[in-house]
Design a protein around this ligand. Structure first.
Ligand code: ZN
Length: 218
């Protein structure tokens, strides 16, 4: 039987690395992105372009409902992105329920195609303070999805315990260093590749890249 996986795909560094990881391991790979009213549609364009390049079947699901319920700094231009993580909770880039909602829809999509393996780039290493990126949440949701649909899903998290530097190393090992560096979008200001360099997402990505390049060029 053909091995199959679905990748939760945003077009950013982490999920693109996961897509490369999936393409090495599975015969058929699907990528699913979400339109939840994010400020930068460029993110969805990147996702589409990367999938076209890698010849991956790609679907964008409309979850604008999420923005209707929980407007946040990633969807509204009048809410400033937190520069530093507040002491009393996650930063305002956190969207209540986002991963719970995303994974539920991805699981439905997967089951319809007879796919059990769902791959996601969530990580609790460079800890962003997002509760729904933690391993315990993913494991708990995996159990709930299995029970909800009477089907065995395997949510696979290749990046859970590695930091950005290791994520760059993984992309390189998978032969996708240039693709990830140039074609992905992580920046909160919607700039592809190395990004604006100043937002929290760019800083995190850049720190990992600089460390990885130092190591590689030794
Ligand atoms: Zn940026």
């Amino acid at each position: 039987m053909e091995t199959k996986a679905v990748v939760c795909f945003s077009g950013g560094q982490d999920s693109t690395t996961c897509l490369l990881y999936a393409l090495k391991r599975y015969e058929k790979v699907y990528a699913v992105s979400f339109d939840y009213g994010q400020r930068h549609k460029a993110e969805l364009d990147c996702a589409r372009e990367i999938c076209a390049k890698l010849n991956v079947e790609h679907e964008t699901l409309d979850l604008s409902l999420l923005n209707q319920l929980a407007p946040n700094s990633l969807t509204r231009s009048d809410i400033e992105v937190d520069e530093v993580k507040p002491e009393d909770g996650p930063p305002n880039t956190f969207v209540d329920g986002r991963n719970m909602v995303f994974f539920t829809f991805v699981a439905i999509y997967a089951k319809q195609r007879g796919v059990r393996d769902i791959i996601t780039g969530v990580s609790q290493s460079d800890f962003s303070g997002y509760p729904d990126c933690r391993d315990v949440f993913i494991k708990s949701l995996n159990v709930s999805l299995n029970l909800a649909m009477e089907y065995t899903f395997n949510i696979i998290t290749p990046l859970m315990w590695i930091d950005k530097e290791e994520t760059w190393a993984m992309a390189d090992e998978l032969g996708g260093f240039d693709l990830v560096r140039n074609e992905t979008l992580t920046c909160y200001n919607g700039i592809k590749g190395d990004g604006c360099g100043n937002c929290p997402a760019c800083k995190l990505r850049k720190r990992g890249l600089v460390n990885y390049l130092k190591r590689r060029n030794k």
